[in-house]
Design a protein around this ligand. Structure first.
Ligand code: UD1
Ligand code: UDP
Length: 366
């Protein structure tokens, strides 16, 4: 059986990393098509997970818009799929690479498996364009690998046949375990590298399209106000490579003393930095899923979420991006809320998701 894994951004590569090894350790012929939607941020992950793509499409261009990105992807991924006779195609999540992988698979009548299926906010503009990407993948896919019961129910509500939906958890946890088992993770060394030994710090990331501009500026104003009033915490901010995002971060934090702005971190280092953080502020999806495994309270800088499990489990809080709410919630974490949020358990799986996906695919093929 020949399976094509199609992906191109950092989070997809992380969440496909463990699955790649699970599938490789079987009789399945696995081929990786790396779209190169990301460049530096993708290569970091491919190296860490020792993945050598069979195809590298290199489609990233600085600042390209969604139309250019999508059209380039369709023709380049399309050319590869025409040449390979895949029995299945697997895509992960809701990026444009994932959507195009599914679409081109469909055009070639190849069954598509969707990893991390069924996440929904109910608002097509948030996250933009990811909510539509995942809905479109959902209407194409033959196999829906849903992380949680809520995700399963979202798919059932959209009329997806229940025989095609499998509740398997999220591969994000498998990948976290894979890295812990296969790579040496020296937490102290990582903290020393960024001059964080004995420092108390808050970890922040922000990159989503719907937060570009004012929402991001406002959130950073709230963070700045809090940090200026307080002489305990540092802010560690690994910056996404997108120039639109970097400009705002640098402008809004200019002159702030206790800040450590760093380039997007290699995944292994990021885990180490997450592990040492007092709490986390983010608009990232993956970070929200990893934080509970490390017992880190997470303030989510968005107005909607497709991950209500983390909120229900008590590990994350959805706070939006207004400067006053951001400031208020950072203050609240000085109280008993901090202890409560630190103790929540992880609702996203037990690290066996990749194995379950492999077994389902093998069973269905017979
Ligand atoms: C993409 C995904 C988003 C995901 C995010 C993960 C889409 C539409 N969005 O958003 O769902 O959460 O990846 O990070 O698929 N850049 C570099 N080097 C890199 C990566 C990006 O320079 O390694 C810069 C480029 O200027 C690029 C820009 O960042 O044009 C934006 O990249 P793009 O893939 O379009 O969107 P993301 O915001 O990264
Ligand atoms: N991550 C990383 N380095 C960083 C920031 C994040 O390796 O500097 C990892 C993080 O652990 C998580 C994933 O990248 O697994 C999240 O990616 P991102 O926030 O770009 O995308 P999203 O999950 O929001 O789609």
């Amino acid at each position: 059986m020949k399976i094509g894994l199609i992906f191109g951004t950092r989070p997809e590569a992380i969440k496909m990393g463990s699955l790649y090894h699970t599938l490789k350790n079987s009789d399945i012929d696995v081929k990786v098509i790396s779209t190169g939607q990301h460049k530096e941020m993708l290569y970091q992950v491919l190296n860490l997970f020792e993945i050598r793509p069979d195809y590298e499409l290199n489609i990233m261009k600085e600042g390209q818009d969604l139309v250019e990105l999508t059209s380039k992807l369709i023709s380049k991924v399309g050319a590869v799929i025409k040449n390979e006779k895949f029995d299945f195609i697997l895509v992960q999540g809701d990026t444009t690479s994932a959507f195009v992988g599914a679409l081109v698979g469909f055009y070639n009548k190849i069954p598509v498996g969707h990893i991390e299926a069924g996440l929904r906010t109910g608002d097509i503009y948030s996250p933009f364009p990811e909510e539509i990407n995942r809905k479109l993948i959902g209407s194409i896919a033959e196999f829906h690998f849903a992380p949680t019961e809520i995700n399963v129910n979202n798919l059932l509500k959209e009329g997806i046949n229940k025989e095609k939906i499998f509740k398997v958890g999220n591969t994000v946890i498998d990948s976290l375990y894979w890295v812990k088992e296969n790579k040496s993770l020296d937490l102290q060394k990582i903290r020393d590298k960024y001059n964080l030994r004995d420092k108390k710090y808050i970890l922040m990331t922000m990159h989503r399209r719907e937060n570009w501009g004012e929402p991001m500026r406002n959130a950073l104003k709230g963070v700045r106000k809090y940090l200026e009033e307080n002489d305990v915490f540092y802010l560690v901010f690994p910056m996404h490579f997108n120039p639109i995002v970097r400009k705002v971060i640098k402008e809004e934090l200019k002159g702030l003393e206790r800040k450590i702005l760093v380039e997007a971190l290699e995944y292994l280092e990021f885990i180490g930095i997450m592990d040492g953080a007092h709490f986390i502020m983010t608009d990232s999806g993956g970070v929200q899923e990893e934080a509970p495994s490390l017992g880190k309270p997470t303030l989510v800088l968005r107005n909607t979420t497709e991950r209500p499990e983390a909120i229900e489990a008590g590990t994350a809080k959805l706070i939006g991006t207004s400067s006053s709410e951001v400031y208020k919630n950072m203050k609240l974490l000085e109280g008993e809320l901090f202890e409560k949020m630190s103790k929540a358990s992880n609702p996203y799986g037990d690290g066996t998701t990749s194995l379950k996906i492999k077994e389902i695919i093998q069973r269905r093929k017979k």
